[in-house]
Design a protein around this ligand. Structure first.
Ligand code: ZN
Length: 140
């Protein structure tokens, strides 16, 4: 019996030897799959349950994959997407908090977003990046 366990352990070690393993992305995938699975108990089960299984399967596939280069590219994409999502949410929250004191305009020349204090009437705004000037605001 003890010999069989040692043999199984050895075979498992061989199987896992040059696999990619877990990273930040697979942990997020498993968490997302679990959340979707739990939500599927209460609502949209026919859609969410298969989706959660697919996400779980993809996470296992990534963990057991031997193609390290492809998994690292996916991880890079994931980290970039996560940080851009986080900064987008942070900017949206800031805009909402300052909605009564500041306005946001896009520079017509370079598309840079400019944060300007709210004033009555029209104001002339000059872009600090490309130095273009333009007018915004209501009235004359
Ligand atoms: Zn500009």
């Amino acid at each position: 019996m003890k010999n069989l366990l040692h043999t199984l352990q050895y075979k498992l070690q061989l199987f896992l030897a040059d696999r990619y393993g877990q990273d930040e992305m697979s942990k997020y995938l498993i968490s997302a799959a679990l959340v979707l699975c739990l939500v599927s108990i209460f609502a949209w089960g026919a859609v969410l349950y298969p989706v959660s299984l697919a996400i779980f399967a993809y996470s296992i596939f990534r963990t057991l994959s031997k193609n390290e280069a492809a998994r690292r590219r996916e991880l890079q994409w994931f980290v970039r997407a996560k940080s851009s999502l986080a900064s987008g949410a942070k900017n949206g929250l800031r805009r909402f908090r300052e909605r009564k004191t500041h306005s946001y305009y896009k520079c017509p020349r370079c598309r840079n977003t400019l944060r300007v204090p709210k004033v009555r009437g029209r104001i002339e705004i000059s872009c600090p990046k490309c130095h273009a000037s333009f007018e915004r605001g209501r009235g004359r």
